[in-house]
Design a protein around this ligand. Structure first.
Ligand code: C5J
Length: 225
């Protein structure tokens, strides 16, 4: 692949153009506790199949992206084991009997180093792919993501992962304010709530792409060929 040749992807509200050398695939929070049937998300009564449908398209996209020699980064939402980076407001939000830091079905919930906090095996990062551990919903808040992207000369992001209306949307908005172009792939992002999936994507591409572009992974795969 010519790393400096402009690649055009069919997208809404209009085609997304990227230069491979300056574009990274950013996979948000594909963690076991959010996606697996024995995880924390499922324990709360969420239908994880709404998220699990994103695994196969992400797997295919990741394989193609890696094969093209392009840059990949992953994020995980979670906290230090001593919870010093957990705002008290986040800990008590939801008034749940089981909250962040407590023992859940796959270890302590959203705590780094616990099995549930890790990325699902289907999309497991290679040692060469940066993993950004983030304490918030957005991947730029209290992380070195912006520095890593700048050091690697990345200006555009293809964003996938979960959940569409929470960590994906927050990250896209943060990225947009920092000057990155973001393309979000509908089949590679998921929400426990179908109406939020729909509106989360509408909000990104509305008003001429106020936060970015929306497409399908098949269009990226075609463009990479
Ligand atoms: C993410 C969440 N990753 N919904 N977290 O979206 O709490």
């Amino acid at each position: 692949m010519d790393m400096y040749h402009t690649v055009v992807v069919e997208a809404e509200p209009y085609p997304f153009e990227f230069v491979p050398a300056h574009c990274a695939l950013l996979i948000i929070d594909m963690q076991r506790d959010f996606l697996e049937t024995g995880g924390f998300g499922a324990m709360l009564g969420n239908d994880v199949s709404e998220l699990r449908r994103t695994i196969e398209p992400n797997r295919k996209l990741l394989a193609a992206w890696r094969a093209a020699g392009l840059q990949v980064m992953h994020t995980r939402e979670g906290h230090r084991p001593d919870l010093t980076d957990l705002p008290p407001a986040k800990k008590v939000r939801g008034r749940s009997t089981t909250c962040i830091g407590d023992v859940g079905p796959m270890g302590r919930i959203l705590v780094r180093g616990e099995p549930g906090h890790d990325i699902i095996p289907e999309l497991y990062p290679l040692p060469t792919e940066p993993v950004i551990d983030k304490p918030g919903k957005g991947a730029f808040f209290a992380t070195d993501l912006h520095a890593i992207l700048q050091n690697r000369d990345i200006k555009q992001l293809i964003v996938t992962g979960v959940t569409t209306e929470v960590c994906v949307n927050t990250t896209v908005r943060e990225a947009n304010d920092r000057g990155y172009d973001c393309l979000v792939l509908e089949d590679c992002v998921g929400s426990y709530f179908p109406q939020f999936q729909e509106m989360g994507l509408q909000m990104i591409k509305a008003q001429g792409g106020i936060f970015g572009w929306v497409s399908q992974s098949a269009n990226v795969l075609i463009a990479l060929k």
